[in-house]
Design a protein around this ligand. Structure first.
Ligand code: SAM
Length: 276
């Protein structure tokens, strides 16, 4: 089967659709990537050409939306990616929360674009391995969300190829992983039990109340434009308690919203106290 290319009008229609639904800016720079990913989707769905899929999509946008979004999101992630964020949690912020929140004994962490789960499982493994003695008596929960339902299914399974675990510190591996056959590992039940996975589009209404002690929003706003980024930062700020953390990816910055936060280190920001 030859997959021909979309014409300009068709390509722009799909880019506009994805932008409205997800905030992701595709544009001319992504034309090769979009065609590659669409070709795969079209084959999986059994269409004989990109044009016939496009026509079908235009007529069935609501039903097809989720598959198109899943096909066009970029889901690259790793365990303990940008490890300084996890060092900061382990050495400074979780110890700080154990004092600050001692009257409620409650800690809430949100991994807001969790992809296939490596980010929330890294947080959970850190908690189990270094703060295990608190887990029984404290109410500690991680909410892990993503717009892409395919990656969420992988995350919920919690099974990873052995090749993916080299980034997990060795002392955590023995406590938190169980072998599955020769080539895979699964997350231990204590690690899984800390995390709730849910589909959530960052652009839409957030059903949870908050407030959170830590929000991870790493390596997703790079796909958004400045207006969407600023709207999100203001919403995150509303979902954080005073002095709680917003953690971004290595190439991301707060722009104008920097006035709402105090820089605590490489892409780690704390919400300024209201009376500061
Ligand atoms: C590159 S991954 C980042 C994963 C992880 N946070 C990390 O830093 O390794 C970006 C994720 O953002 C998700 N995403 C993109 N747009 C989104 C939106 N509007 N709402 C929620 N998630 C979104 C994608 O599905 C993808 O899984």
């Amino acid at each position: 089967m030859v997959i021909e290319r979309l014409n300009r009008k068709q390509y722009e229609f799909l880019c506009q659709f994805i932008y409205k639904e997800t905030g992701i800016v595709l544009g001319d720079a992504k034309v090769e990537m979009v065609h590659r990913r669409l070709s795969k989707l079209v084959k999986t769905k059994g269409f004989d050409s990109l044009a016939s899929y496009y026509q079908y999509f235009v007529a069935h946008q609501q039903e097809e939306k989720s598959d198109l979004v899943n096909a066009l999101t970029t889901n690259l992630t790793r365990f303990f990616r940008e490890s300084h964020h996890f060092d900061y949690l382990k050495n400074h912020f979780i110890p700080f929360l154990l004092v600050r929140n001692k009257s409620t004994r409650r800690i809430r962490i949100w991994s807001s674009a969790c992809s296939t789960g490596e980010e929330p499982y890294s947080i959970a493994m850190l908690l189990v391995s270094h703060f295990g003695q608190y887990l029984q008596h404290w109410d500690i929960k991680i909410l892990a969300t993503d717009i892409d339902t395919d990656v969420l299914n992988i995350a919920m399974e919690g099974i990873y190829p052995k090749a993916a675990i080299s980034d997990i510190p060795a002392d955590l591996r023995s406590k938190c992983l169980r072998a599955v056959g020769n080539d895979s590992v699964e997350m231990a039940s204590q690690v899984r039990s800390l995390i709730t996975f849910k589909p959530l589009n960052l652009l839409e209404r957030w059903p949870m109340k908050g407030p959170f002690d830590v929000i991870f929003c790493r390596n997703v706003i790079i796909y958004f434009d400045k207006v969407t980024q600023q709207q999100l930062f203001h919403r995150f700020e509303q979902y954080l308690s005073d002095e709680s953390l917003l953690i971004l990816g290595h190439s991301e910055s707060l722009g104008g919203a920097a006035a709402l936060f105090t820089n605590q280190g490489k892409t780690i920001f704390s919400k300024q106290a209201q009376d500061a």
